[in-house]
Design a protein around this ligand. Structure first.
Ligand code: 572
Ligand code: ZN
Length: 357
């Protein structure tokens, strides 16, 4: 075994009980695995939900779990059969490991595999720790011009790339994006890199809308207190009476989803990126009459190589989304910052290998 330091991990025991503690390293490095010294790990909305409520969607935290799934690391040791990576390589970690055997895996839709093991989705541990073992084929080597933080941001960028594919974004597309959080902003930036030209973005937070403008939003709408009809009307006004071809629902608001149905042009597409209520009433007659496509997404598949190509070529700049940085020992403060509206945080990143200067 390699000469490594002690392993520390950010372990979530229950809602509001997050501890950074010494933990034994994973004892086994399989022949197709790599051992990583973790570098940067971003905090995602789902991490915050597990921390605040002990659950996210249908997944409940029943036993202590290492948190974190937006990660980059450096290869410290490699399994005997690993060919495409070498010690010292920096990599982005794709956090969902599918079974590779089932029908959906073989169709390439491995994100839908019923047996997928996703970092920091109970009971699977995440990678906000010092050392972590991962299958090498779900690690993507970062070239020198892509930083550790960008490597971590490839995870939400993969969501954005996949969302744009599911929405059939193309040159000249006009988009409505509901929600100016990290996913909404990354989706807009990705769509822009793919040739989309108009972006009306909504949120209830003026600060986020200002940031959206900096990233190329052509129109912003603060939808605080608006009905879905109001939102749709205001969206159409921004496009001089035209309707967007594609609506990306990234806010998780049921009201916004109904607004997407009203606002999207006939024959257009709505992508469900955010998660609203389990049971929501929708104007489906309008969906049928306008032949709208409503496409769900569940995480992403085959998106990491595309996300990496966009970063390597410089077609997208995600670095400036990082508003706050913490060390592993400061994880709790990092979560408080990410969860607080007052902090004006967009992306909070934890460095697993550095101490504060
Ligand atoms: O980065 C991937 C990701 N996916 C999220 C949320 C946050 N980050 N999804 C929304 C929640 N679902 S889930 O099935 N779940 C909690 C596992 O409700 C997964 C996809
Ligand atoms: Zn996530």
């Amino acid at each position: 075994m390699v000469d490594t330091q002690e392993n520390f991990a950010a372990v979530l025991y229950a809602a509001n009980d997050l501890r950074v503690e010494k933990r034994p390293m994973s004892p086994c490095l399989g022949e197709t695995d790599v051992l990583l010294g973790m570098r940067s790990v971003g905090i995602c909305g789902s991490d915050i939900k597990y921390w605040a409520y002990g659950k996210c969607g249908r997944f409940v935290l029943n036993e202590p779990m290492v948190i974190g799934h937006e990660a980059s690391g450096q290869v410290i040791a490699i399994g005997a059969k690993v060919k495409h990576l070498k010690i010292g390589d920096r990599v982005a970690v794709e956090p969902g490991i599918p079974c590779r055997q089932c029908r959906l895996c073989k169709q390439g839709r491995y994100n839908l595999c019923a047996h997928v093991q996703f970092c920091a989705t109970p009971p699977v541990h995440g990678n906000l720790c010092t050392y972590y073992v991962h299958p090498a084929d779900f690690c993507f080597r970062l070239p020198d011009n892509v930083t550790d933080e960008e490597g971590a941001l490839m995870e939400p960028l993969a969501v954005a790339v996949y969302s744009c594919e599911r929405g059939s974004v193309t040159s000249g597309s006009r988009l409505l994006i509901c929600g100016a959080g990290p996913i909404g902003l990354l989706t807009m930036m990705t769509a822009r890199a793919m040739g989309a030209v108009e972006f009306t973005i909504t949120d209830i937070d003026d600060h986020r809308l200002e940031i959206a403008k900096k990233y190329g939003a052509t129109h912003t709408i603060n939808v605080t207190g608006c009905s879905s009809d109001d939102i749709a009307k205001r969206v159409v006004e921004t496009l001089n009476g035209e309707k967007p071809d594609i609506s990306m629902e990234c806010s998780g608001s049921d009201l916004s989803l109904v607004a997407c149905i009203h606002a999207t042009s006939t024959g257009g597409t709505i992508v469900l990126v955010g998660r609203g209520s389990l049971d929501v009433s929708l104007p489906l007659v309008e969906v049928a009459a306008k032949e709208l496509n409503i496409n769900g997404i569940f995480r992403y598949a085959n998106a990491y190589p595309k996300a990496l190509a966009m970063l390597t070529s410089g077609s997208i700049d995600v670095k400036s989304l990082v508003t706050h940085r913490f060390t592993l020992q400061e994880t709790e403060e990092a979560f408080k910052t990410a969860a607080s509206r007052d902090s004006k945080a967009i992306k909070v990143i934890i460095s697993c290998h550095e101490e504060k200067e």
